[in-house]
Each structure stands twice: as C-alpha cells, then as structure tokens.
Ligand binder design. Structure first.
Ligand SMILES: Cc1cc2nc3c(=O)[nH]c(=O)nc-3n(C[C@H](O)[C@H](O)[C@H](O)COP(=O)(O)O)c2cc1C
Length: 309
C-alpha cells in the first residue's frame, strides 16, 4: 500500500502543525504490506505542490520516497525540481498525466490556504499564486503545462535518471504506449474522481490495462481504495500495489499522525481478514481465482473456498 500524493493540505498539517516525523509515520504497521506488493519498501509519494520541501521530508524518513511531478511550463525549472527531488533521495518520479487542466471543482472555489503556507517547490516561478486557481476566466492554469506529451517522456527520463511512472492511465492503449515510450510503471488512476466526471472506476479499468501490459512493467492502482477487500480485489486483478489517498487524509484531519496510523491499521486488518476468508496464505497466492465469476454477477464479488479446500 502506498501513500498517494496530496498537495499542500495534508503535508501542511503533518509537518507544520503536528510536527510529525515521517520516520514515525511510515513505520506505521500497515506500510510493510507495500514491501510484499512491490518487492521493495513502503513508499510515500510527495506532491509537487507540497508545502514542505522534499529535502526536509527526506531528512526525516528512512523509508523510500517518490516524487509526484506536475510539469511546469518552464522546462529548466521542471528539470531543477526533478533533480532536486532525486538528489534528496527520491527513488522514482510519478508523472501525473491526467491533469493538463483542473477539473470543475466547484467545492474548491471558496477554498484558500492560510497565507503562511506556500507550495515551496514552485518558489522562483514568480507566480501570482502557487495554488491552482480554478479561475472561471479560462481553463488553463499557469502551474500546469498542458503541452507535455508522449515525445517529451524521453527528455523526462533522461533528466530524472530514476524510474518514471505514469499516474493517471485509464486505457489499455495508453498502457501499451507507455511501454513503447520506456515508462517503468503505470498507475491506474482517475485522480480520485476529482478531475472528470463519468470516468470509469479504476477497479473496472484495471483488468484491461493489466492484460495489455502483460507483466512487462508493474501496474499499480489508485483511487477508491477504502476497504481491505478493495486491496485484495486490486491485487487479484493484476495490481502490484495500491495507493491510498483520502482515507489517510481523513484520519489526519481527525487525529493527526495517530489518525493516519489508525486508518492504515484498519486497512491492514481488513486485508488480512479478507485473505484468510478467501483462503490465501500469502500475497503470492492472490490471483483471479479469488474472485467470484459468474456471467450475471459483477467481477468484484469474492469467493470463499469450501472448508478444507
Ligand atoms: C486533497 C487532495 C490533494 C491531491 N493532490 C494531488 C497532487 O498534488 N498530485 C497528484 O498527482 N494527485 C493529487 N491528488 C490525487 C491523489 O494523489 C490520488 O490520486 C487520489 O486521492 C486517490 O483517490 P482516493 O482519495 O479515492 O484514494 C490529491 C487528492 C486529494 C484528495
């Protein structure tokens, strides 16, 4: 299980108000599961729009961190931002590809960050505001580069020098294309449903993408993970790991670091029970046969084995 990148609010709360050390947060019990899923240590993905500098975050954790990238219109600036993250120890770059512009987020129109907080990685861009504006005057926001395309991936891979994953893939064609362009991993994501209405649930998009990718690169799943059974289903359908977004933010809002730990431990408990109840002794034993398949039932129904099976 991987902690999804969230801009400003969560990081602001964690580091400025609660003064939580990442080392403490990431040693929360659940995160070892990512070790099993990914064959590596648990990961926290740090947003481009965090209010705490990547170097400071890196200094406060022993665990791997990845950097989530929103490409800026100034490519030299983007290069510096990526290389600073890599120099701080980021093991991978997650390029968010589903946000050339913000979706219609009417609920955010009245949202404002406290003036003491800023998106530190955007310092030096001389922006009027480093917060996505959701301006009704035009769809383009100065802090996203909508022109970035497949051909630019080669540049990014060279600049980064660490694995590059695409966050926001929803179609098998894009999965195949990502491999053609040398991408190291795919994150099936609909941005938590925050950008575009009517996108499919990621759990429904996952099987087609996993088929198209056919194990050539890891496929991870983001958006909508709420219960341990969701984790089990994602792994059964071909995901190597899952990301959790809002659940941990809600835990954070209610009880700070302890709230995050509680959310993670509930998910771990639910996941382990779901494994036991479907007769799976290890992650390696989770495959499509864990799912109840019948023409007239949804693919997401689980199957519990007969006693002794
Ligand atoms: C408050 C908030 C801020 C977010 N900021 C970012 C961001 O800076 N970059 C990004 O790629 N995704 C961002 N996301 C999307 C998450 O990384 C993730 O895709 C999504 O929350 C997953 O869905 P879930 O919340 O249902 O788990 C944000 C989500 C939330 C709720």
């Amino acid at each position: 299980m991987t902690v999804a990148p969230v801009a400003r609010r969560a990081s602001a709360y964690l580091y400025r108000h609660e003064r939580v050390r990442l080392a403490g947060l990431l040693s929360a019990p659940m995160l070892w599961l990512a070790v099993l899923y990914l064959g590596s240590l648990a990961v926290m993905v740090v947003s481009s729009f965090t209010t705490t500098a990547i170097d400071e975050i890196a200094r406060n954790t022993q665990r791997p961190i990845w950097f989530q990238l929103y490409v800026q219109r100034d490519r030299a600036f983007t290069k510096d931002m990526v290389q600073r993250a890599v120099a701080a120890g980021c093991k991978a770059v997650c390029l968010t590809v589903d946000t050339p512009v913000l979706g219609c987020r009417y609920g955010q129109l009245s949202f404002g960050l406290p003036s003491s907080l800023e998106c530190v990685h955007l310092r030096g861009l001389n922006l009027k505001s480093s917060v996505p504006t959701h301006s009704m005057g035009g769809i383009y926001d100065p802090i996203f580069d909508p022109s970035f395309n497949w051909k630019d991936l080669e540049w990014l891979r060279t600049v980064a020098g660490v694995p590059v994953l695409l966050k926001g893939v929803l179609s098998p064609e894009d999965g195949r294309r990502a491999i053609d362009y040398g991408v190291d991993g795919i994150i099936v994501s609909n941005h938590g449903g925050r950008n575009l209405d009517l996108l499919p649930a990621t759990i429904d998009a996952l099987p087609g993408i996993a088929d198209a990718v056919a194990g050539r690169i890891p496929v991870l799943l983001d958006s909508g993970i709420r219960r341990g059974t969701d984790v089990l289903t994602a792994l059964a359908l071909g995901a190597k790991a899952v990301f959790v977004g809002r659940p941990y933010i809600y835990g954070l809002a209610i009880a700070g670091a302890r709230g995050v730990e509680r959310v993670i431990s509930i998910l771990r408990d639910e996941f382990q029970r779901a494994m036991a109840l479907t007769g799976r002794r290890s992650i390696a034993e989770i495959d499509a046969t864990v799912l109840w398949k019948q023409m007239d039932t949804p693919v997401k129904t689980l199957r519990s084995p007969a006693a002794g099976a």
